[in-house]
Design a protein around this ligand. Sequence first.
Ligand code: ATP
Ligand code: MG
Length: 646
Amino acid sequence: MSESTELEGRRFPAPEELTAQANVGPDVYERAAQDRLGFWAEAADRLTWAQKWDEVLDWSNPPFAKWFVGGKLNVAYNCVDRHVEAGHGEQVAYHWEGEPGDTRTITYAQLKDDVCKAANALVELGVQTGDRVAIYMPMIPEAVVAMLACARIGAVHMVVFGGFSSDALASRITDSGAVLVITSDGGYRRGAPSALKPAVDEAVGRTDSVRNVLVVRRTEQDVAWSEGRDLWWHDVVDRQSTEHTAEAFDAEHPLYIMYTSGTTASPKGILHTSGGYLTQVAYSHWATFDLKPDTDVFWTSADIGWVTGHSYIVYGPLANRATSIMYEGTPETPHRGRWFELIEKYKVTILYTAPTVIRTFMKWGEDIPAKFDLSSLRVLGSVGEPINPEAWLWYHEHIGGGRCPIMDTWWQTETGAHMITPLPGVTSLKPGSAQTPFPGIAAKVVDDEGNELGDDTTGLLVLTEPWPAMLRTIWGDDNRYVDTYWSRFGKEVYFAGDGAKKDADGDIWLLGRVDDVMNVSGHRISTTEVESSLVAHPTVAEAAVVGASDPTTGQGIVAFVILRGNAEDSGDELVQQLRTHVAKDIGPIAKPRQIMVVQELPKTRSGKIMRRLLRDIAENRELGDVTTLTDSSVMNLIKDKLPASS
Ligand code: ATP
Ligand code: MG
């Protein structure tokens, strides 16, 4: 048996101590299956409603859903005020750590005061219910305060990742029609202040909806100032009253727009609304991570500019009264042990991160985490891409100390919250598989015609029932919403765009984007499987695989690999070894035609590999849209590696 399939066969039963006290047990699946809407109604009861709903779901006009029809609530009140009213004002909401080492401790009582002041400031600036507010900020507490202030007054926030260019910001401002931009002079990245305000100035100069720019002072860099338009946060927000009465809004009131990361196509403005979204993020955060608000210290390492940051740094954790970590900087500043130092310092109990980070840690070597006390950890999570079994195992051993279950959570910007994931006190884990649809979620694997497939087959992932945190539309483009997600198999089936396999036990394995699935001599081969096989080889830290058109086989497999820190690049010999390894592991049909050792891979700013650009390279084409790429020079480095003939 080959290395990666051997790993795939291993099971990690739920730890007994965890099962004994877990928030949810195995019965949850049956309860949800028997009465799906009743189950979600119960989950919604965890929130505080100003007015109870009349109907759980209105699905009379698919694919346009309404959840908790007639219900009213204020999202910010649910995230902050109610915890203070219940006597938890002194509990820490965020342990914030700046990259240079400065810290802030923010209690729920302080957060309430800050959010009220910011809400009053927005009102003073003429921001009205339903207006869009762009937030372009580093990972500082004011970013959360700004989001909650918008939610509090019913304005729709649209957070743009601080690493995006002025182009990306401008197109999102235009598309959403934002009236205000909240930003900062800059933030700290890789040991130096990095400016944000210039990009805002450029973007706002090219758009016409923005009236004001509200600027938080963080780095004290010099900034250009547009009198009348630009305002300092400390001038406008600090003098406001800490009293603000939160109005209750309709359950379907828009909460935010978030543009997808642009891995496969140009970004789409995903619209999320209030009641259903908050219900599912709060419930899933509590169930998937076994969150105990009185004792856990929770850390989602994502940036607030991604949906993971929205759902699992801000809304889920706050609705559950969690204590969270928020870290401004990069994992290697000032040294490669920074994250582990933070886990040790704050006694983090739950860590939620992405496979790209784990593979980077693998590349750096296990002696780094070994230097720190990580014994406080009890549950781990993964999101963003399929996690290769080898990376899973490394995470489990070298970060989780062999004792922490890993929740491999499959979901999307569009789904708002976890959709397929194990549960920590319930599931016997399989490295590399997201395994089980979340309670109350209907996920299926179907063939090209939409017929449900049995176990041990490969097909397309679909969601066959609406869910509370689902996107409601693409901002300003109902047609694109219907076409993109709800047309392939009819208006009541959501097509996720991902390929999936069901194994003999019925567990689900995500196989990457449908657009990325390769066809070699008539065989469908998943990029994820070939990548996992390569990563299982002791020399490989990271791999990206694409299908390039091939005159004889239709498509040929081209692989790009990054070696582990201690591995030697023996050139041709290594390449032959790796090709043979994959052929043995998966089968001769999966043997890569070409393998290139590279230093970096093209990634979106959220850390996902952009295979479509590698395909462009492998097929000698002009590169497609690179605006969401972290570092475009990476593409030149890779191109230089290519033999001229391929
Ligand atoms: P775009 O839709 O603009 O191309 P994107 O799909 O990368 O961008 P996101 O919504 O951030 O934007 O990512 C969702 C996708 O990430 C999923 O469709 C899936 O391909 C992948 N993904 C997320 N979590 C997992 C996971 N646990 N296992 C496998 N794949 C995952
Ligand atoms: Mg997507």
